[in-house]
Design a protein around this ligand. Structure first.
Ligand code: ADP
Ligand code: MG
Length: 224
């Protein structure tokens, strides 16, 4: 069974005098089909923890495994493949390529793949239908709204059927109504795809919709 295990992760940032201990031993486990939110004030280390789980940063100590694989033990090409195939990312900013269409943006993570391009295009179109943008495939990011851009980002994150979907303040740039719709969509897509979902937010409203809640407090992760 797919499982994320984060055990006793620590992160120190070097500073001129003594190291800044941002994470002081964070542990959590997530199984296939589960979703969880990580709450905490600005500067509490939420992004740092999510980036470590997403292999965009390395922990100072502790361990992260996904289905028993320790990504930090992989060499660089395998790590890039792991990140691309096993994980999906949604950030506060959509990070869409402005010159590419909605469909092309969803296909970006598949560009390095060898097999049949039509399979990837079919998958991308299915996802765009499901996020409600099936009739906007040829539009550019500038031609759709902020909420719609996040819908594209969610479809792009799921194109490889990741085991784990990670989202850092995915509704942070949106108005309240749009934020609620994007929160619902993330959970609906997670259920439909059977992936694990870990979302970092400072919104209690968003976090209240998740099966499990954690709070980062003084470098430690507490169950809420
Ligand atoms: P959050 O996402 O909860 O707002 P972050 O994870 O971004 O918090 O940051 C947590 C703390 O780590 C902050 O005090 C921040 O200044 C510090 N920090 C983040 N990245 C670095 C870095 N590269 N070097 C030094 N300090 C950092
Ligand atoms: Mg942050």
């Amino acid at each position: 069974m797919t499982q994320l295990v984060v055990s006793e992760v620590t992160k120190d940032y070097p500073t001129r005098d003594k190291p800044l201990s941002v994470l002081r031993g964070c542990s959590l486990e997530l199984s296939a089909g589960q979703n969880a939110a990580i709450l905490g004030p600005s500067g509490s280390g939420k992004s740092t923890l999510l980036y470590i789980i997403g292999t965009l940063d390395r922990p100072t100590g502790g361990r992260v495994t996904l289905d028993g694989t320790d990504p930090f033990a992989l060499g660089e090409p395998e790590l890039a493949k792991y990140r691309n195939r096993r994980l999906g990312f949604v950030f506060q900013d959509h990070h869409l390529l402005p010159q590419c269409s909605v469909l092309e943006n969803v296909l970006v993570p598949t560009l390095a793949d060898s097999p049949s391009k039509s399979d990837a295009a079919d998958r991308a179109k299915q996802l765009l239908n499901r996020v409600g943008l099936g009739d906007r495939l040829d539009h550019r990011p500038a031609e759709i709204s902020g909420g719609e851009r996040q819908r594209v980002a969610i479809a792009r994150a799921l194109v490889h059927k990741p085991a784990l979907l990670l989202a850092d303040e995915p509704t942070g740039n949106l108005d309240r109504t749009t934020a609620a719709a994007i929160g619902d969509l993330l959970l609906e897509m997670q259920q439909h795809e059977g992936t694990m979902l870990l979302v970092v937010t400072h919104s209690l409203e968003l976090a209240s919709r998740f099966q499990r809640r954690f709070e980062l407090d003084d470098g430690r992760l507490l169950q809420r």
